[in-house]
Design a binder for this molecule. Structure first.
Ligand SMILES: [Ca+2]
Length: 127
């Protein structure tokens, strides 16, 4: 490859990469790298943050960590968000939709409930 051809290829590569840098935009829940999709790359970033790492400078498309990383919607960024994000990316069923939160508590007016091998007989008012 001639020197001139190398320069042209390098210039084209730089122009392509410059165009690929995402501009700050409204954050999509779970889209930590701000590229418009929610995928394993976002989960890797959230995994690092949940482990105590610093968020990347342009996290959530430049709008800030709290704008897209609270996938569990409990006003904290931690492993619950990571679990919700990974389950969603994997297409697993979850108790509630990621980014929508668990909603209001359900009432359980007494009686008993069997979960696996555990039977719960106390009413919510006696707990
Ligand atoms: Ca993304």
């Amino acid at each position: 490859m001639t020197e001139m051809r190398k320069i042209v290829v390098l210039a084209a590569l730089v122009a392509t990469l410059a165009g690929a840098v995402p501009a700050a935009r409204a954050a999509v829940c779970g889209d930590l790298n701000g590229n418009g999709t929610v995928d394993v790359a976002d989960a890797l970033i959230l995994s690092n943050i949940a482990a105590g790492g610093a968020p990347p400078a342009n996290v959530c498309g430049g709008s800030g960590l709290t704008q897209c990383a609270d996938v569990f919607k409990d006003n904290a960024i931690n492993n619950a968000d990571l679990a919700a994000l990974v389950d969603t990316i994997a297409g697993l069923e979850t108790l509630f939709d990621a980014c929508s939160g668990p909603g209001s508590p359900l009432s359980c007016p007494g009686g008993s409930v069997t979960l696996g091998t555990q039977t719960i007989t106390a009413s919510p008012s006696s707990i």
